[in-house]
Ligand binder design. Structure first.
Ligand code: SF4
Length: 87
């Protein structure tokens, strides 16, 4: 199954800030307090990164946004072009 958002349950404290800020409302609070949310609608993720940006534990790896492979390739190609143009 495709998982656009991955939580590290050892790091995430279940604050649910990511659930609150998601404009697409794809995340669902865990019924268990202190546990990571779940991704209820993975196909509707816009990859805007709001969940990651607002997570107070992002630097510790609580949450990761994982774009689909074609999206990652186009981002990398964009970087390559920028690098060539800077010469
Ligand atoms: S991933 Fe971050 S923002 Fe989301 S519930 Fe866990 S600690 Fe909170």
């Amino acid at each position: 199954m495709f998982r656009p958002i991955v939580f590290d349950e050892k790091v995430c404290d279940g604050c649910n800030m990511c659930v609150t800020v998601c404009l697409m409302e794809i995340l669902e609070r865990s019924p268990e307090k202190g546990r990571p949310p779940s991704v209820a609608y993975p196909d509707e993720c816009a990859f805007d990164g709001a969940c990651w940006l607002h997570c107070h534990l992002r630097d510790d790896g609580a949450i990761k946004v994982v774009p689909p492979l074609p999206m990652r390739v186009s981002v990398l190609r964009g970087k390559e072009k920028k690098g060539k143009g800077a010469r």
